[in-house]
Every structure is written in C-alpha cells, then in structure tokens.
Design a protein around this ligand. Sequence first.
Ligand code: NAI
Ligand code: A1CAB
Length: 273
Amino acid sequence: MQARKLSFIGAGNMPRSIISGLVNGGYDPKLITASNPSTPKLDALSKDFGINTTQSNVEACEAGDVVILSVKPQIMAATCADLIEKTSLDGKIMVSIAAGITTDRLIEMLGDYDQVVRTMPNTPSSLSKGMTGLYAPDSVAQSDRDFVAHVMNHVGKTLWVKEDSQINTVIAAAGSSPAYLYLFAQAMQDEAIKMGLSKDDSRLLVQQALLGSAEMICHNPDLEISELRAQVTSKGGTTHEAVRTFQENNLEAIVSKAMQAAVARAIEMSSDF
Ligand SMILES: NC(=O)C1=CN([C@@H]2O[C@H](COP(=O)(O)OP(=O)(O)OC[C@H]3O[C@@H](n4cnc5c(N)ncnc54)[C@H](O)[C@@H]3O)[C@@H](O)[C@H]2O)C=CC1
Ligand SMILES: O=C(O)[C@@H]1CCC=N1
C-alpha cells in the first residue's frame, strides 16, 4: 500500500504507543508528525523515534494526509474548531481515537467534513499487540478505510464495526480493558507478596501466567475459553476452590457491571463534549 503522511494532533500516551508500534514496524518516521502544546513529550518522540514534531496543531494538520486527532475528548471540539478556522481539510482523512465522541459529533466538530474514521485503539499498540476497533460512515471510500486499517494493523489487530455505537463495546472490551487486567494482575502480585515472595518474583509469576493464558486463548481458537479454564481445574483441586470463590463473590456480575459502566460513561461523554 502506498505510504501516506500521518499527523498526530496531541502527543500523549496513546499516540506515543501507536507511533512506537508504527516506527518499530517499519513505518518511515519522516512521514510522521506530532503536535503538542508543550515540548517534553515532543522531544522524547523525536529522540526515540525520529519523527517530526511541532507545537502547532495547524502545522501538523497541514503536514498530514491522514490526521489522527489524539487529544482528550474534553478539548476535541476546541481543537477541531481551531483547525477548521485556520486551515483546509480538503483531501485529508481525519481519524479520531477519542473515547465518547460519536462519528456524527466529530463530523459536526469538523464543520460537516465527513471524511472521518472513528477508531478505538489500546496501549498494547506500543508492542504491536494492540487491538483497534474502527468505524467509518458511508462517505469514506474503501481505499481510505483500507489505509487507516493498514496503519492500525502496524500496531496490532483491527476490527471494523458496522455501527458507530459498537465502538463503545470496543472501548469496554479492548480500549479500557488493559486497565482491568492490570488491576487483576496487581491484586495477584500483592497477594503473592503477602504470602512471602519478593515483589519481583511475584510479578514474574503473575506476568508469565497472564502472557501464557492470553497465548493459550490465541493458539486454541477452536476451544471455548471456558474449556481452557476446565483444563486447569482438576476435580477437587486448588483451582476449583479459587474459581468457586470468585464465582461465589460474583466475579462475572462485577465484570458485566464494569463494562456497562465504561459504555455508560462513553455515552455520557458523547453528550457532554
Ligand atoms: N490511553 C488509552 O489507553 C487510550 C486513550 N484513547 C484516547 O486517546 C486520546 C488521548 O489520550 P491519552 O494519549 O491517553 O491522553 P494524554 O493525557 O496522555 O495526552 C493528551 C495530550 O494532549 C496534549 N494536549 C493538551 N491540549 C492540547 C491541544 N490543544 N492540542 C494538542 N494537544 C494538546 C497534552 O499535552 C497531552 O500530551 C483520548 O481522546 C482518549 O480517549 C483511546 C484509546 C485508549
Ligand atoms: O479511559 C479512557 O477514557 C480512554 C479510552 C479507553 C482507554 N482510555
């Protein structure tokens, strides 16, 4: 696929993860520009990945064929208003990674410019183990959809959803979920420390168990996740007791409530911003 110039408006954690995955995956850093009001994050991006940087969003926008709006949802409207006032978007594909900004709202923020793709990536993108959900309105050509997916495929796997609202499910299941898994990992590490192991040894046990379990899911697509669990759970054994404890304490209900809370917040954000 022919390379295009990419610009990131906002240079925080998420764009850094994507840029890291892109450059490490062979994307030419000279084709990438990022903007941010302050310089420390830009300096780090320039030093670590050799990309172009600027403190001007307008300059970054003008440098890109594909412009990835990577600011916090709260300032998306003001950021877009500034861009459309000071420069032309003609011919550009505008991509949002923001949670809780619907595609219709994004088009509105961009002065009815409808060449937009809404995406929802996650931070493991920095290791090219990311998961990105994508949605685009009918106005976006297939070649442009393919290019945006091609960019995000540099940093992991991609999944197109058919409706804008399904991006909220992507948020709950993949955008936010690394934090749930870190919470779980942290709780396990803390308990192993209480049981007498060092912090490093506890972390090693937990990280390798999570990594191996994720790989088991990936490498056994024909097995239900519940079957993988059954393989660990010897009758009358230790796992049975631990899983029974989770289930008696409603782990599934807690996960359901937490995912619903993420979706509810995304919906709330779409009316707030
Ligand atoms: N962190 C995550 O796991 C994920 C974040 N997102 C989305 O990514 C977006 C960015 O999130 P993070 O990178 O985590 O936030 P962050 O807080 O790390 O970065 C925000 C950046 O925007 C910069 N900024 C502030 N005002 C600006 C302006 N007027 N113009 C340009 N840049 C400005 C800040 O200096 C900061 O570097 C959000 O919309 C969030 O919803 C999406 C998926 C996952
Ligand atoms: O917490 C958030 O709002 C962003 C979106 C998904 C992950 N972080």
